[in-house]
Design a protein around this ligand. Structure first.
Ligand SMILES: [Zn+2]
Length: 486
């Protein structure tokens, strides 16, 4: 009995020792608050750029910043082509009744009124194209041809097997009929129905393409200097709930802002959520232009904390010059993550197939990095972004909390770093050390060769050769070292 009591006590003491650093670390970040922000933003979805939903999301974020005691404001900018979707539906009306969820290809045209039509499943080159004019066509995405779309049928429903409805990047020429992505499972059900009977479909699809106002939300944390760090995410979404992309990043930025709101850091921080990221980084472009006179020295962007394993944290993007983040900044942030017991590395543009708002800054030579979480085992490592599956179910509270805690540390430390020194330490120093190593090794090899030559060809004694050439080697190494320090 006494023995087991002791055991229990020991377990408690050990648990206290092991748990306390974890509890202390990131105790200020609240996973529940972060999750709550994602939940609230998903309720205002889709937050497509320039729509009322985007404006509501922007004012929600502005109010949050203000509730932390920060000065906050909204910066408006105009976009040429917002895509406003009114109340729409896609419904099977016979042989059974069923609503089908869909995501339209952006800039698909409206139907005139509510249309009804027979459904036809097209599997290859259609034999009689003309007959499809008054039909709703169901066709796998790989079989959607320009000829079919240009006909046009009443509407085209497309899908990928075993995929939720997907937000496809815009076409250079918009389609002539509504092109609607439905899920692979719904498509399968429709095909089964078609094998038994005629299928009648009803569609209402009213949309407007118009110029609109989009918004950047900015909050100021004054620092000891006018040098500015931008800590950002984007609040707009594609035509999906946008939980991971990028309500998660907004939640992380809000939590960092709340936790740091009473600090007086060496640099000034502008917490910013951008609009119109999904239309091609329009918000961050507008922000860079608006703040061209300010001394922005570094940017960290949080975009897409996807559900992934413990080794899924990514800081930075490699491979492609165009979308690459700043390598020395990535290395600094990754080292910090490792010190916080997080595994972090850079992503590769061939896997990630995307970029984010940091690119508007790096393009004008402001160092920038991108923090995100991926699932390296999934074929699409940022799954389920840009699908209807990007909803609350995809959000991991743990990953949100870990990213926000890491973000707090990163912002706090980076705000006080000499950036030129960091760049030198992570970019130039490794090169200089490599050069030093090569020069030193070269000096040793040459000395041995020269010593042997003097011994055998000139009759020097080994001890004389060793003394002379070790002195010479030391001189070369010292010279290389002085060059390194210079
Ligand atoms: Zn995004």
């Amino acid at each position: 009995m006494r023995f087991s009591l002791r055991c229990i006590l020991l377990v408690f003491v050990l648990a206290a020792i092991f748990c306390s650093p974890t509890l202390a670390q990131g105790a200020e970040v609240s996973a529940d608050r972060a999750y709550g922000h994602v939940e609230n933003l998903v309720n205002i979805a889709p937050r497509f750029a320039g729509t009322e939903a985007e404006a509501i999301a922007a004012s929600y974020i502005e109010n949050e910043f203000r509730s932390y005691g920060l000065e906050a404001w909204i910066e408006n900018f105009t976009i040429e082509s917002s895509y406003v979707i009114e109340e729409n539906w896609l419904r099977i009306i016979s042989p059974e009744q069923m609503d089908i969820a869909f995501v339209p290809l952006i800039y698909s045209p409206s139907t005139d009124n509510t249309v009804t039509g027979r459904l036809v499943h097209v599997t290859g080159e259609p034999e009689n194209l003309e007959q499809l004019r008054e039909r709703v066509v169901l066709v796998e995405r790989k079989n959607v041809s320009r000829t079919l779309i240009d006909l046009p049928p009443l509407a085209v429903l497309t899908y990928l097997d075993n995929w939720p409805p997907y937000f496809e990047p815009q076409w250079s020429n918009p389609p002539n009929a509504p092109l609607l992505w439905i899920s692979g499972w719904d498509a399968q059900h429709l095909i089964e129905l078609l094998e038994q009977d005629n299928v009648e479909v009803e569609l209402q699809f009213r949309v407007k393409v118009e110029s609109a106002v989009s918004h950047n939300v900015v909050a100021l944390l004054p620092g000891q200097s006018d040098e500015i760090m931008v800590v950002g995410a984007h609040h707009d979404s594609v035509l999906t709930p946008g939980a991971v992309d990028d309500a998660s990043g907004v939640a992380v930025v809000l939590e960092i802002a709340r936790v740091l709101s009473t600090e007086n850091l060496p640099r000034t921080i502008l917490f910013t959520t951008f609009g119109s990221e999904e239309l091609g980084l329009l918000g961050s472009d507008a922000f860079v232009l608006e703040h061209a006179e300010n001394d922005i020295v570094v940017t960290i962007v949080f975009d897409s904390i996807a559900p992934g394993p413990g080794d899924g944290l990514r800081v930075g993007l490699r491979d492609s010059q165009e979308v690459a983040t700043t390598e020395w900044l990535d290395a600094y942030a990754q080292e910090l993550a490792e010190n916080l017991d997080l595994y972090a590395k850079s992503g590769h543009s061939s896997d990630v197939r995307g970029r984010s708002d940091y690119a508007s800054f790096t393009e004008v030579d402001i160092p920038g990095t991108w923090v995100y979480w991926v699932n390296p085992q999934h074929g699409e490592i940022l799954w389920p972004i840009h699908t209807l599956g990007d909803n609350l179910d995809a959000i991991s509270k743990t990953r949100l909390e870990q990213t926000a805690s890491f973000g707090v540390e990163l912002v706090k430390r980076l705000a006080g770093e000499d950036l030129e020194e960091l760049r030198w330490a992570y970019e130039e120093l490794p090169l200089l050390l490599a050069a030093f190593a090569v020069m030193s090794a070269g000096a040793v090899v040459l000395s041995i060769a020269a010593g042997s030559f003097m011994r055998y060809r000139r009759g020097w004694s080994w001890s004389l050769a060793a003394r002379v050439f070790s002195l010479l080697t030391a001189a070369v190494v010292v010279a290389a070292y002085i060059w390194l320090l210079a």
